[in-house]
Design a binder for this molecule. Sequence first.
Ligand SMILES: [Zn+2]
Length: 210
Amino acid sequence: MLKMKKFNLGPLETNCYLLYKGKEAIVIDPGGDPEVLLDYINNNGLTLKAILNTHLHFDHIQGNAELSSQTKAPVLSPEKDRFLLSEEVGAGGFMGLPKTPEFEFQNLESGETSFLGSTCHILNTPGHTPGSLSFFFPDLEGVFVGDLLFHRSVGRTDFPGGDAEVLKQSAREQIFVLPDNTTIYSGHGLDSRVLDEKLHNPFFHENSFF
Ligand SMILES: [Zn+2]
């Protein structure tokens, strides 16, 4: 059975998720110094198989290089976001924030695949960034959406490549069609559920001013 543990990493307290089954694990968005994550992995005798990124903003990828070099796990990220690594929002280092250590990554295509023996639907959910991906694991009844959606809110679209209309379309067509009881695990803040956000997220109401 697939299990999940959440860590808050980095200066923006990004939600980082460790998924594991038996002694194998994957990580989604290591957004800061991964020491606490490495301790957990080592103390529990886990083998890290892959590091996934929902998108290439600095606060979701800070720990990629260190985690990958310590565990030899490959980094899998959306190629469409590669340009962000040349922008402040990907490279970091602005306003006193840490710089993103350089890392290699393989492109993660959308479609059905499996991690740790569990099905994963990799969904194209652009809007916050052009390459943003979401990861739906039916076994967990959960979807990891990065900064596409938050509890009663949505991700910013004023960074390079952001588009508010595209973001809303992604949420409606890719996330709100999942089973109502699916947990939404966001890149920051609280978890939510598909039904709750369909009903109560003010960004998706007809009379919305946004
Ligand atoms: Zn972001």
